[in-house]
Design a protein around this ligand. Structure first.
Ligand SMILES: [Zn+2]
Length: 227
């Protein structure tokens, strides 16, 4: 059986895939070092081209990924490379790419502070920190769906058109971006925000940004998205 794509794009595609793998390996290491993962938690993927994506294999340690801990699949979910089995959350990743042609990377982890809010069923509102309003936008709290069953796809699909970060109830965090770096920055920003909000709640007060200022920040976000 031939797994490699045929044709003159082969060299370029292999180079792109290898570069992407390195970026994902480094991102997995950072997610682990920043306390967003334990054991074999989490999964990540990135688009190689219009036909294929790289996704972490099922059961691997995202903080210690090796180059053979990924598989290539097409956008119908068919495995097109050798290796292990694709992540159990492959359906969630495919749903993102199917609904958002602009997205090139999906990151899912269980960061301690953000997941605490997901477990408590408490929103991470965008009207508290300006960088969240501008760089992340709304972070919808997504109804609980059993992991690994494909049910998360149904829960996030209606929210995908307008959002890039999703707090999955009793589960964790999903962020998406036009690049690996962008998806990671959103992940890191949401977790940092959750930590700050948790601390402010310990102090006993959380001030909110005014509606007028939020409108101005939303306009900045729209400019950023369309640039
Ligand atoms: Zn998970």
């Amino acid at each position: 059986m031939t797994f490699a794509p045929a044709g003159s794009n082969l060299k370029l595609s292999m180079g792109q895939a290898s570069e992407l793998k390195n970026e994902l390996i480094e991102t997995g290491r950072l997610l682990y070092e920043k306390g967003m993962l334990a054991g074999s938690d989490g999964n990540l993927s990135a688009k190689i081209d219009e036909n294929r994506l790289l996704i972490s294999s099922s059961g691997v340690a995202i903080g210690q990924l090796k180059s053979d801990d990924f598989v290539e699949i097409d956008f119908a979910g068919k495995q097109v490379s050798e290796g292990g089995k694709p992540s159990t959350e492959t359906a969630m990743h495919l749903t993102v790419y199917k609904n958002r042609a602009d997205i090139c990377c999906c990151l899912h982890s269980h960061p301690a502070y953000a997941t605490s809010f997901a477990v408590a069923g408490m929103e991470l509102s965008r009207n508290i920190l300006p960088e969240v309003a501008v760089f992340v936008g709304d972070i919808p709290l997504v109804e609980y769906a059993p992991p690994g069953t494909g049910a998360i796809s149904d829960a996030i699909e209606p929210l995908l058109a307008k959002n890039d970060a999703f707090l999955l109830k009793n589960h964790g965090l999903l962020t998406i971006g036009k690049s690996v770096k962008e998806a990671f920055f959103k992940h890191e920003t949401v977790e940092h925000f959750a930590k700050i909000l948790w601390m402010a709640k310990q102090l006993g007060n959380v001030n909110r940004i005014s509606d007028d200022e939020l409108k101005r920040l939303d306009q900045l976000r729209q400019k950023l998205i369309s640039s």
